[in-house]
Design a protein. Structure first.
Length: 149
């Protein structure tokens, strides 16, 4: 019996890194989403943040970004409510609380981010039931799981 695909929440930092670097771990994670091996979950805030950052800093990537979203059709979850964000704010920086709360509400297996400064703190790790990893750590876990099957 085949196991269900992993559900991975991607934040804007990892999404942009994957679009920017054709050889990095974030790009490899995007390829796993693209072929349907891993289910991509994002919140509306992630999409708005990625669009805003690309428009301001990397406008040449906007077409690549929009094409990627069109091809992939990620599972877009609603932004969390004030109560959920408030709970997340007890363990993480206020700017990151909506991302953490959205990942919790989406019942993901992984949250992939480059923001290790805020997301890799012990209180955050203890708050969630999923793995919070960098793109490279995600790929390591994915390869390990393949070898164990």
């Amino acid at each position: 019996m085949a196991r269900r695909p992993w559900r991975a929440f991607l934040d804007a930092s990892a999404l942009i890194a994957g679009l920017l670097s054709p050889t990095g771990g974030a790009h490899e994670a995007l390829r796993l989403f693209e072929i349907g091996v891993v289910e991509l979950i994002v919140s509306r805030q992630v999409l708005v943040e990625a669009d805003r950052n690309l428009t301001a800093k990397l406008p040449a990537l906007l077409d690549v970004y929009h094409d990627f979203l069109h091809r992939l059709s990620p599972n877009i979850v609603e932004d969390p409510g004030c109560e959920a964000v408030g709970r997340a704010m007890t363990v993480i920086h206020h700017a990151d609380a909506p991302i953490l709360a959205a990942a919790v509400a989406a019942h993901v297996d992984y949250l992939i981010t480059w923001n290790t400064r805020h997301f890799h703190k012990k209180p955050v790790q203890e708050f969630v039931s999923f793995h919070i990893v960098t793109p490279a750590e995600f790929l390591t876990d994915f390869r390990r799981a393949l070898l164990e099957e």
